[in-house]
Ligand binder design. Sequence first.
Ligand SMILES: *Cc1c(COP(=O)(O)O)cnc(C)c1O
Length: 372
Amino acid sequence: MKIPFVDLKTQYKSIRLPLERVIRSAINEFYFIRGRSVRQFEDSFARMIGVKHCIATSNGTSSLFIALKSLGIKKGDEVITPAFSWISSSETISLCNAKPVFADVDPVTYTLTAECIRKQITPKTKAVVVVHLYGQAAPMKAIQALCRKHKLYLVEDCAQAHLSTVNNKVAGSFGDVSAFSFYPTKNLGAFGDAGCVMTNDRHRAEWIRRFANHGALQKDDHVIEGVNSRMDTIQAAVLNVKLRYLQRWNSKRIRNASLYMKHLANTGDIILPRPLPGSTHTFHLFVIRTRHRDELMAFLKKKGIQTMVHYPRALTNTEAYQHLRSNQNDFPVSNALEKEVLSLPVHPELTKDEIMFVCRNIQLFYQKVKSV
Ligand SMILES: *Cc1c(COP(=O)(O)O)cnc(C)c1O
């Protein structure tokens, strides 16, 4: 048996006809950037998340950058962000000439919590970027309350959390601004780069729309300088079709995760994901922890099972952030995670038999570990 980490081909085959129809019709309009499909996507996605304004962009990273810019983040400002994340959540802070201030993540959710954030607040702190890592939404009610108390802007990085919920609300509907990515392997993925920015504030939404299009709402009407971050028409057409399946695909991920939870309980030293009570973890990634990570990964590879590490380095330990001279003792959880996390395949196209095959091999691995 061969089990790939993602299987976009099987997903494509299951919706090939509607996809080919919308792509062909997008081409026939000869309108390749923005246009009707993009507006349609913005409206549908805004409704689905429960936020008033959605601005389609060219990718998730530029969405985060634009979100921070729209809040006026600038030189001299500090923005608190998780030490354990994909680099987009911190590099975009530096792109605004502000300083990323890393906070350790929580050992249960692997996200920021109000407690993690509180320790890093200084008079220069202007905003917090929360990352809903792996599909687990951070405990947002407490984070919102903390941000309100300290008058900090709240930005949500929802690149791994399409339709995740917490405190009875959808991720992306808590922050002043939120950013999504539709990178091909995300729970909702385009056929190339794509993303969006969301906000409930009408004036901020208009500023964002302008900034993402060279500072102009209409051609040549450059009120400010901006960037080029627009969604391609073809990507929006693809996303409009895939949006109809997002809920179903998420349910399959959740089903796969619950099979793992059941059959890997009490296996070796594995720490399983622990979704927050009352939240919907959408399992963009199914991440276990083990002190035998590298050996387990190699063992599964030999059995034809592809796994990945998200992420092999806490951001504070990457070369890119050595100039910040972060204190190692401030990040015990992130420093442990980089050595122990392993992502098992959890994509919606997996069958129950395939999940069981992975579980059996993991059990076999731990029998061998025990016997040496
Ligand atoms: C994928 C991802 C991004 C970046 O999205 P792109 O569309 O690839 O720019 C940002 N943050 C997180 C947590 C991600 O997983």
